[in-house]
Design a protein around this ligand. Structure first.
Ligand code: CP
Length: 293
């Protein structure tokens, strides 16, 4: 039984297969490879992209999907996460896709070895399918030539599971990573090169990944005025000039704080391509876990 809790769960060969399958699925819609499968999604935190992307991916492959809304489930009566999961597994799904505020929640459920568990975002540590779809988008943009490319990650890095998952995966793929953030958003323990000013990395970065402030993970307000933050960290056309930089953001984008309205319309900005690619990458992940492992 294979789970996807972190990208470290994947071998190099599996990552390469995922990139190949996602690309093939994008070129041609595959047959209903998972027509007899059923997934349950269990999202304890809000989601627009990830939950619907998993559902679309599963349905494109012919699988059925059942959503359990924890805000209307027996979690509200005090049922534990483990008991909720065990009861869902008694219905014999072929996998459970979970999002949770605790870093360890998907791993705890995977250790119960009842059904494949797929981490759809946990705490501030891991969001493996986001890292994989971002890698796919970068790989596609540079036609596979990604080793040695430099990505600048800008924003609330300390609280971002997208950043932590991405950093582990991009380093493994031989990319260089620069961190750009004000001091409260900078992960102090990281050994990666750190910058306080976006201007310092503009000529070094092939890719800029902008991240929103993870307000829901701040125990107290960090900045009173995000308009002031935006003056230093918002990706604007004026700032980027004519540099041929790939601009990414996992969403949701805080418009004119993370990326300007004008920049979001610019062809260098691939935010919606990331969302499109997310479906193909998640199709590849479901195939890998259910059929190829
Ligand atoms: N990128 C991402 O995880 O978006 P959602 O929170 O909308 O799923």
């Amino acid at each position: 039984m294979q789970h996807l809790i972190d990208t470290n769960d994947l071998t190099d060969k599996q990552i390469s297969q995922l990139l190949g399958d996602a690309s093939a699925f994008k070129k041609q819609r595959p047959p209903q490879l998972l027509h007899d499968k059923l997934f349950i999604t269990l999202f304890f935190e809000p989601s627009t992209r990830t939950r619907s992307s998993f559902e679309v991916a599963a349905k494109r492959l012919g699988a059925a999907v059942v959503h359990l809304d924890p805000s209307r489930s027996s979690t509200k009566k005090g049922e534990s996460l483990e008991d909720t999961f065990a009861n869902l597994c008694a219905m014999e799904p072929d996998g459970v896709i979970i999002r949770h505020k605790e870093n360890t929640a998907p791993g705890i459920l995977a250790d119960m070895q009842m059904t494949p568990v797929i981490n759809a975002g946990a705490g501030n540590y891991a969001h493996p399918t986001q890292a994989l779809l971002d890698l796919f988008t970068i790989h596609e943009h540079f036609q596979g030539d990604i080793k040695g490319k430099t990505i600048a990650i800008v924003g609330d890095i300390a609280n971002s599971r997208v950043a932590s998952s991405g950093i582990r995966l991009f380093r493994r793929m031989g990319m260089h990573i620069l961190l750009v953030a004000p001091e409260p958003f900078m992960p102090q323990e990281s050994e990666l090169p750190k910058y306080q000013h976006l201007e310092e990395v503009l000529d070094k970065a092939d890719i800029i990944m902008s991240l929103r402030a993870q307000l829901e993970r701040h125990t107290k307000p960090i900045f009173d005025d995000y308009a002031e933050y935006a003056k230093h960290y918002c990706i604007t056309k004026e700032r980027l000039g004519n540099r041929n930089t790939l601009i990414l953001h996992p969403g949701p984008v805080m418009r004119n704080i993370d990326i300007s309205d004008e920049m979001l319309e610019d062809p260098r900005c691939k935010v919606l391509t990331q969302v499109q690619n997310g479906v193909f990458m998640r199709m590849a992940v479901l195939k890998l876990l259910l059929l190829d492992s």
